[in-house]
Design a protein around this ligand. Structure first.
Ligand code: ATP
Ligand code: MG
Length: 418
């Protein structure tokens, strides 16, 4: 990805209004700022600014998945009916988000809403002996789900980018170690993008083997879930599994828990050997006996995360990106008022930043200061550098931090050594 971009070349323009039918704050702001385009309810295109955020999120997640020995691949979007029949998940009663179609050659296909079945089946080609295990694989893929509700903008898309990882282990002990590693890796992801404090590992429904799955739930008013938390005891429970048994298990009473609105940003499952038994994925153990593989599944909603970041950090003026995922680090704005010296200086500064590999959106447009500032507020890049007659006279540039609104002055040398 390019590190720099002239705003005069950016084909997206900011807008005062979002489409009237867009009710979610995250999508309204992202559309107005030119990050996404709404194709239809729950279906969004990601534009040049938008994919920069997505790619940054993916890079962070990729680093953490590689850090726990994940190997990246990409599965297909079209899926075989017979695989999902084996686990009784082809049925629309059991999975209510399927998009399905017909092949010209006859028969039905499904559009991937998850990849547990296809990946377990594929692994039958690569796993035969205990020597082949463990295997950890992951992908970033656009999932297709025929969601009924579409009121949460990019936090609930009918197509959305997910990172899904799958673990194939020898047995329970190895599985448990990896499951814990994955949990820690997820925590690092959420820490790195600034939502660690507000993201809880939450007991939730699901998981064929264990009683619970674990969701990563982030506090936000825009979330669709309700969980109960106790920060001191580090306990979080999804309301869907909050009952007397769960409370007893966790040694906590309901009075000690606080109700909060959250968005599910990740979900991890332990399937035990159940799924691999259903799909016939086995290996020969050291005694030559055929045993089913122990499987886990680990998802993070990449585009939902982007929506959560908007919801948590945006202010009345527009988007506010955490440094780690901002489309650019710097927004250089020239206010030349027809003064050629100012323009020459800003061009020079932009080039100096460019040759140093700094990440800069350069507002080189001929527009009024008010318009440029309003656009910059809406776009939400963390650090703004203003080049004007005033800065030329003082020999320093004005540096404004988007999240705090605080302005200081910075010498060129200091700026370029960042
Ligand atoms: P939800 O309960 O919100 O419908 P889910 O439990 O069905 O989500 P999973 O199958 O666990 O979702 O998918 C893994 C992750 O993908 C979720 O934790 C979430 O972050 C993300 N995700 C799921 N559905 C959507 C969607 N429609 N749009 C965007 N992200 C999604
Ligand atoms: Mg889930």
């Amino acid at each position: 990805m390019n590190h720099t971009l002239r705003q005069s070349h950016l084909f997206t323009k900011t807008r005062k209004e979002a489409p009237a039918d867009e009710v979610s704050r995250n999508a309204q702001l992202l559309i107005r700022a030119g990050y996404i385009h709404k194709e239809m309810a729950g279906v969004y295109a990601y534009l040049p600014l938008g994919i920069r955020v997505i790619e940054k999120l993916k890079d962070i997640v990729r680093e953490e998945m590689n850090g726990i020995d994940g190997q990246e691949l990409i599965m297909t979007s079209l899926q075989r009916k017979e695989l999902w029949e084996k686990t009784d998940r082809w049925n629309d009663q059991n999975v209510d988000v399927w998009f399905k179609s017909h092949l010209a050659t006859g028969g039905e296909v499904g559009f991937g809403w998850s990849h547990e079945e296809p990946i377990a089946d594929m692994m039958r080609n690569y796993i035969s002996s205990f020597r082949d295990l463990p295997i950890y694989v992951y992908q970033f893929q656009t999932k297709l789900r025929n969601e009924l509700r579409a009121k949460s903008g990019i936090m609930r898309g009918k197509e959305f980018v997910m990172k899904d990882m799958y673990s194939f282990s020898l047995g329970k002990d190895d599985h448990d170690v990896f499951y814990e590693n994955a949990t820690q890796a997820y925590k690092r992801v959420f820490d790195r993008i600034g939502i660690g404090e507000d993201t809880f590992v939450t007991f939730a429904a699901g998981g064929a083997f264990t009683q619970f799955s674990h969701e990563f739930q982030t506090i936000t008013e825009a979330g669709e879930d309700i969980i109960y938390i106790n920060r001191e005891k580090n306990i979080a429970v999804n309301e869907e599994v909050l009952n007397d048994d769960t409370l007893a298990d966790l040694k906590v009473t309901k009075d000690e828990l606080k109700k909060v609105s959250t968005a599910e940003v990740g979900n991890i499952f332990n399937f035990g050997t159940h799924k691999c038994e259903e799909l016939g994925l086995t290996f020969k153990d050291s005694k030559g006996k055929n045993v089913p593989v122990w499987m886990g599944s680990y998802g993070i909603g990449i585009t939902r995360l982007m929506g959560v970041l908007v919801e948590k950090f945006a202010d009345s003026k527009g988007l506010v990106w955490p440094d780690a995922v901002a489309p650019f680090d710097y927004h250089v704005i020239v206010l030349d008022n027809g003064n050629e010296e100012v323009r020459t200086d800003s061009e020079r500064l932009f080039n100096e930043m460019k040759v140093r590999g700094m990440s800069v959106l350069y507002d080189d447009r001929d527009a009024r200061a008010g318009e440029k500032f309003a656009d910059a507020d809406l776009i939400g890049i963390p650090k703004r550098i203003i080049v004007s007659e005033k800065t030329l006279a003082s020999g320093e540039y004005e540096l404004l931090t988007r999240s705090t609104g605080v302005s200081t002055f910075i010498h060129e040398q200091e700026l370029l050594s960042d």
